[in-house]
Design a protein around this ligand. Structure first.
Ligand code: NI
Length: 192
């Protein structure tokens, strides 16, 4: 499971919509190896998720996992989830929730983004079995960030206030305590 190079902002592949896979493609050794590489690369880089086009592969696949993550110490855990051909639909007319996001493809930058607090997610797992579930709160935010990648969208496109942009060090110094309590409130309200 080699760790792959991560594409950084400015790489055209990050701005291209990815291609859906057929079941036959998904079951190929090439794509199964790609999924293993995505997981290994996400874990090595300590990301909360990683999309295939972030490792220069133009397919509609992403992986998500949050487990005692040093980049996101105030986040609830999310078990390893592999999404193939995911579709996200926002549910309800809840007010958007605001939080700081960062991205392995946008080094040393974070900023405030607003996202839907409740989404319906439909996808396949790595074996082509249908996944159909509702995600809420912080977990829903992480899924929306990753599926955005597969449509060629980066979190910087969704920044609500450009003055919130900051480095990781200034995030830790000036925002982390406040954001950790905001995340606690979201977890209280949405359960995740
Ligand atoms: Ni990202």
């Amino acid at each position: 499971m080699p760790v792959r190079q991560i594409a950084e902002i400015g790489e055209p592949i990050l701005r291209q919509a990815t291609s859906e896979l057929t079941l036959e493609q998904l079951r190929s050794c090439e794509i199964q190896r790609l999924i293993d590489d995505l997981i290994a690369t996400m874990r090595e880089a300590r990301g909360a998720g990683l999309a295939a086009n972030q490792i220069f592969e133009p397919y509609r696949i992403c992986v998500i996992e949050v487990s005692a993550n040093a980049r996101y110490p105030y986040f609830p855990e999310i078990p390893l989830t592999i999404l193939v051909n995911p579709r996200v639909t926002a549910l309800g007319d809840h007010p958007l929730i605001s939080g700081f996001e960062g991205c392995l493809s946008v080094p040393n930058l974070r900023g405030r983004v607003r996202r839907h607090p409740e989404i319906h997610l439909q996808a396949w797992d790595r074996d082509g079995r249908p996944l159909d579930f509702i995600a809420r709160g912080v977990t829903a935010v992480v899924f929306q960030h990753e599926v955005d990648h597969l449509d060629g969208t980066l979190f910087v496109d969704r920044i609500e206030e450009s003055r919130s942009l900051c480095t990781w060090e200034s995030f830790r110094r000036y925002h982390q305590a406040q954001v950790a309590s905001e995340v606690d409130e979201i977890v209280k309200q949405w359960g995740s």
